[in-house]
Design a binder for this molecule. Structure first.
Ligand code: DGL
Length: 270
């Protein structure tokens, strides 16, 4: 048993999409979240830059004495997971891609047409394809980078025509030409537009890794005897830019009032 907090991080607000499900399934756990809102998006940046940023964030969370770190970002998972696991061998560090690949392998067979959408860096890493095929080499995986979703989501441009047009721009040909039947939201920002995607492509079965990662977190906490016995600390949300936009989005994603949130500014450049 261990009542210390779990550290979550992402390039911005995307990783928040993991939190509601965590708090419902593991209500005794406390969360320390870091969103690098000042430097988002990461998904089209050089891998060396992403590594530098991810190390800074992990160093910061480590000073908060977290019992586990969750990389709630596919881009950072694809580029930094093993480096971070080597740097911090004392605590479990969980990436988001493997738990999603396990779920995909469970629900799909060789007739499935699996489409993965993600940032440019995640797609270039080929991590989803590799992880899925490692579990079942017979599965068919098609990939597509959809980089414009993240800046639109960070801006709060969601329930409107601009977002729907952007979704169609990336998905119309991709889904039709590859006859996709299962779509993997390979970026933690994308569950925020899940409803738009389902409305435009109701035939698609959607896999949401932000949901699937919770089962993996639970498994590790249980196996390593790290489950919290009771909720000791508050959930704290750090951001490198505490803009109105971020505050509005965090309230929307966590379905809560600003007065119920502990929001803190942390500049990692200093
Ligand atoms: N939410 C992130 C991911 O899962 C990164 C988005 C970005 O910063 O480009 O990949």
């Amino acid at each position: 048993m261990n009542n210390r907090a779990i550290g979550f991080f992402d390039s911005g607000l995307g990783g928040l999409t993991c939190i509601p499900n965590l708090l419902t399934q593991l209500p005794n756990e406390s969360v320390i979240y870091f969103g690098d809102t000042a430097r988002t998006p990461y998904g089209s940046k050089a891998v060396s830059t992403i590594k530098h940023y991810a190390n800074q964030i992990a160093d910061f969370l480590y000073t908060k004495d977290v019992k586990m770190m969750v990389i709630a970002c596919n881009t950072i998972t694809a580029t930094c997971l093993s480096d971070l696991q080597t740097r911090f061998p004392e605590i479990p560090i969980v990436g988001i891609i493997n738990p999603a690949a396990r779920k995909i392998a469970q629900i799909c067979d060789e007739n499935s047409r699996i489409g993965v959408i993600a940032t440019k860096v995640t797609i270039a890493s080929d991590d989803y394809n590799r992880e899925i095929k490692r579990i079942n080499p017979n599965l068919q995986v098609f990939s597509k980078a959809a980089p414009a979703f993240v800046p639109l989501i960070e801006e709060g441009i969601i329930d409107n025509e601009i977002m729907d047009l952007t979704i169609k721009y990336y998905l119309d040909d991709f889904v039709r030409e590859n006859e996709i039947d299962t779509l993997v939201l390979g970026c933690t920002h994308y569950p925020i537009i899940r409803k738009n995607i389902s409305r435009l492509y109701p035939q698609l079965r959607i896999v949401n890794p932000s949901y699937e990662i919770i089962a993996r977190i639970k498994e590790i906490l249980k196996n390593e005897d790290l489950l919290a016995e009771e909720k000791e600390g508050e959930n704290v949300f750090y951001a490198s830019d505490l803009s109105e936009n971020f505050i509005n989005m965090i309230q929307k994603i966590l379905e809560t009032e600003k007065s119920d949130l502990i929001l803190k500014f942390k500049n990692l450049d200093l």
